[in-house]
Design a protein around this ligand. Structure first.
Ligand SMILES: Cc1cc2nc3c(=O)[nH]c(=O)nc-3n(C[C@H](O)[C@H](O)[C@H](O)COP(=O)(O)OP(=O)(O)OC[C@H]3O[C@@H](n4cnc5c(N)ncnc54)[C@H](O)[C@@H]3O)c2cc1C
Length: 296
């Protein structure tokens, strides 16, 4: 069963703050969009058009079709989070919050920065009744949550917070480029949100310090560039480094951490190696890597 491959149109743009633009992407095809359960950190793939314009792809063989287009013409695939879903039926719109990173241009942020109502791209997202994957927030019966991320993870954390039960307890730490990027987020009162405007400090330094202080640990260990896996993805059910998966229970703390890969690598080492958190209690995801473009 194939995922939903839709050509969507920009229906609305909103410059939220210096680092974010919010786009509403709509299409009658999104009438078939849906997941079985809460969306949480549901990711989607955007197919950003290259010089050849919108490609002709089949949902069953989209990747092979995409790769068959000459590289210089086909554009780029990028991963984003569904921040929210508006409307229903043929008026369904997916809300995506894009981080603008003008210092290091990328096709995703550049497209979002210029996007105007009526622009069209293709995306891959879950189709109702078809397994798609792409939700990593799986707290099980954890009694306490730790959510931590940088600006790229704010849309996911915001969505997770909005869908948590009212009695959820925990803490969320969000590092953003500047004070003006702080948003007002909903969520259970038992989950305390701490915003960490970077204001020129090294990426992840405030986030790492805040998370480790929260857990009563020390400093984040130094990580060399050679040790960073740009595709870092360590969850209870998948290990990009090939570590054995743990089947132990998940009571107590559950930590969901996403952001720049080197920062997340350091936090992972501190939490798993130094503080002894069990693999089944943590999801560590590299959402981007400083100086490295995502692979299409
Ligand atoms: C599961 C998942 C969900 C994600 N959700 C979102 C989301 O909702 N919103 C969002 O904005 N991003 C999200 N990201 C991150 C996004 O995919 C990356 O930031 C991606 O690199 C952006 O593509 P690009 O074409 O703009 O830049 P690329 O072509 O990938 O990179 C070009 C240059 O830009 C730099 N760069 C990339 N991202 C940033 C950044 N944030 N700040 C500074 N420099 C950067 C790279 O290091 C590189 O030097 C998500 C990633 C994953 C894996």
């Amino acid at each position: 069963m194939s995922p939903l491959l839709a050509t969507v149109e920009v229906r609305r743009t909103e410059r939220l703050s210096p680092s974010y633009v919010r786009l509403e992407l709509g299409s009658p095809d999104l009438a078939r969009f849906g997941v079985d359960g809460p969306l949480y950190d549901q990711r989607i793939k955007l197919l950003l058009p290259g010089p050849a314009g919108l490609p002709s792809l089949s949902a069953d063989s989209w990747w092979a079709d995409w790769c068959a287009i000459p590289e210089e013409a086909r554009g780029h695939v990028r991963t984003y989070t569904i921040r929210d879903v508006l409307g229903d039926g043929e008026d369904t719109r997916l809300v995506v919050d894009f981080v603008l990173h003008p210092g290091a241009h990328g096709p995703g942020s550049s497209w979002a920065a210029e996007a105007a109502v009526g622009d069209r791209i293709m995306l891959l997202c879950p189709k109702r009744g078809v397994a798609f994957g792409g939700i990593e927030f799986v707290p099980g019966d954890a009694r306490r949550l730790l959510l931590a991320g940088d600006e790229t993870a704010v849309p996911a954390v915001a969505s997770i917070l909005s869908l948590l039960p009212e009695d959820a307890v925990g803490a969320a730490f969000l590092e953003v480029p500047v004070e003006e990027d702080v948003q007002s987020l909903g969520g259970p009162t038992g989950v305390e949100i701490t915003w960490l405007p970077r204001a020129g400090a090294p990426i992840g330094s405030s986030l790492s310090a805040a998370v480790l202080a929260h857990l009563g640990g020390g400093r984040a260990p130094a990580v060399s560039d050679a040790e960073v896996d740009p595709d870092l993805w360590e969850t209870p059910t998948y290990s990009s480094s090939g570590e054995p998966l743990s089947a132990e229970g998940r009571d107590g703390l559950y930590a969901w951490i996403a952001g720049e890969s080197k920062v997340v690598t350091g936090l992972r080492r501190a939490l798993v190696s130094d503080l002894g958190l069990n693999r089944s209690q943590v999801a560590f995801m590299g959402y981007w890597r400083e100086g490295v473009a995502m692979r299409s």
